[in-house]
Design a protein around this ligand. Structure first.
Ligand SMILES: [Zn+2]
Length: 317
């Protein structure tokens, strides 16, 4: 497999208050992990700036208007209890989007088999009409729409293994049968959506996992529920909302996944991408707030994307 890593070089332009879990150091932890020799075969690019006017594909004008009105000349403004916007947050958001769109182009045009985008802020909580949950605009939703508009993808699947339910992505696509959205997440947990009975127009699958459960329960949920539905959907492209806050060290949640669990899950999604869509996967960073857990999870995920099998790196404890 040829795997592209698209990295954001201005991620630190989006500032959050001291002590906030979603912080620029997350990208440094990922960069350090991916500097190891076992990732030397990665194709690497810097994320270009994207056009945030594309947000109107998935959001009402109220979303960008609220960000602009809240954005201070300097310092940090606040959108809700845990969502912040700094003077340069829109610059970071534009490169997060540009990175996603570049990864999409590279995968669709066959330059690489799959791609991972290391960028922030995350996006999957941003709904049609509001930013929330550390997320300003729903980057992966815009990428899904562009896959349809620019490249003629008819059926786009978004698999979200962040420990939180991607309420924003579900909100945007729940009435659209051309987009499949499946999420595994801890429940109860913020944002308290994602009940298994939320099924959209038959295009939404929610697997709720109890706090304290680990890889066995996760694998069962994917085997029984998400993977068969994804296969049945027969996607032209698989997008991944790749959050690593289900990792056992994460401070915001209580699932007990290990690096091997992220690798297993990635491999299962690759199997369906091989069968259905010429291996096309674009994976985009969402959450993950323990820096060691984030590095471990990303390493396992990308190691699998590159090699198609779990690599021999020892499991971190
Ligand atoms: Zn999360």
């Amino acid at each position: 497999m040829t795997t592209l890593l698209v990295s954001q070089t201005n991620g630190d332009k989006h500032q959050t208050p001291q002590g906030h879990a979603e912080r620029p150091q997350r990208l440094e932890a990922i960069a350090n992990a991916l500097a190891q020799p076992r990732f030397s075969a990665l194709s690497r690019e810097a994320a270009p700036s994207g056009d945030l006017a594309l947000a109107e594909l998935v959001h009402s004008a109220a979303v960008l208007n609220a960000i602009r009105e809240t954005r201070p000349a300097e310092g940090i403004g606040q959108i809700d209890a845990d969502t912040f916007v700094s003077s340069k947050s829109l610059d970071a958001s534009a490169t997060a989007l540009g990175g996603g769109l570049r990864a999409l182009e590279a995968v669709i045009m066959g330059e690489v088999h799959n791609a991972f985008v290391a960028a922030r802020p995350p996006g999957h909580h941003a709904e049609k009409n509001r930013s929330m949950g550390f997320c300003l605009v729903n980057t992966i939703a815009i990428v899904a729409r562009q896959a349809q508009r620019l490249y003629g993808a008819e059926r786009v699947a978004i698999i979200d293994f962040d420990v939180h339910h991607g309420n924003g992505t579900q909100d945007i696509f729940e009435a659209d049968p051309s987009v499949f959205y499946a999420s595994s997440h801890q429940m109860p947990l913020y944002p308290h959506t994602g009940s298994p009975d939320e099924t959209g127009v038959g295009n939404i699958v929610n697997a709720a996992l109890k706090p304290g459960t680990g890889g066995d329960e996760m694998r069962e949920a994917y085997r029984q529920l998400i993977l068969p539905a994804l296969d049945n959907f027969a996607p032209d492209l698989i997008l991944i909302s790749a959050g690593f806050d289900a990792e056992k060290r994460d401070p915001l949640a209580q699932l007990e996944w290990t690096g091997n669990d992220f690798a297993w899950l990635t491999g299962k999604l690759m199997d369906i991408a091989d069968k259905r869509c010429s291996n096309r996967i674009v994976s985009m960073l969402e959450g993950g707030y323990d820096l060691g857990g984030l590095a471990s999870g990303v390493g396992a995920h990308i190691g699998m994307l590159m090699n198609g099998q779990a690599d021999s790196a020892p499991e971190e404890t």
